[in-house]
Design a protein around this ligand. Structure first.
Ligand code: AMP
Length: 143
């Protein structure tokens, strides 16, 4: 199982914001799209960072409500850990566990081709376990 299979199921849509946008604008995007993180991209589509709900909470805790007017670039994580389409799900789980984050952009030839969240992995694993258990039950029923 690899990242390409997850993207094949969920699609390659990536919600992004530009670094000069305010945190308030980024929050609106997270709310509208019902997601927990956005990738931060320059006008040329280059990956500049990632902004998750945790970064927003931290910015609010540090500066109070005025943080909402600050640019995304001030709160984002600039050193983004990425994966590739061929990265295995086991490897991706290890990357998320050791890095303590729940989102990993998929980058190919310098372009962001998708994003995988821990929710996507859980959904995928549950489907896999259900299929295995169904196959096992069918096998037992036939015996
Ligand atoms: P998350 O668990 O994804 O909400 O993110 C927790 C923290 O890790 C936040 O500070 C994020 O900006 C950061 N983060 C999220 N995803 C990544 C990633 N792929 N690479 C580096 N940092 C990340």
């Amino acid at each position: 199982m690899n990242v390409a299979q997850i993207l094949g199921g969920k699609g390659h849509d990536v919600v992004s914001v530009q670094p000069h946008r305010t945190l308030a604008e980024a929050i609106r995007t997270l709310g509208e799209k019902r997601i927990g993180a956005v990738v931060v991209m320059g006008a040329d589509g280059g990956l500049l960072g990632i902004l998750s709900e945790r970064d927003i909470i931290r910015a609010l805790a540090d500066a109070g409500p005025t943080a909402l007017d600050n640019p995304v670039s001030r709160a984002m994580t600039a050193k983004v850990v990425t994966c590739r389409s061929e990265t295995s799900i086991d490897e991706l789980m290890e990357i998320m566990t050791s890095g303590r984050f729940r989102h990993v952009p998929v980058v190919e030839s310098g372009r962001v081709k998708g994003i995988v969240s821990i929710g996507d992995i859980v959904k995928h694993r549950v489907a896999e376990i259900e299929a295995e258990s169904r196959a096992m039950r069918d096998y037992i029923a036939m015996a």
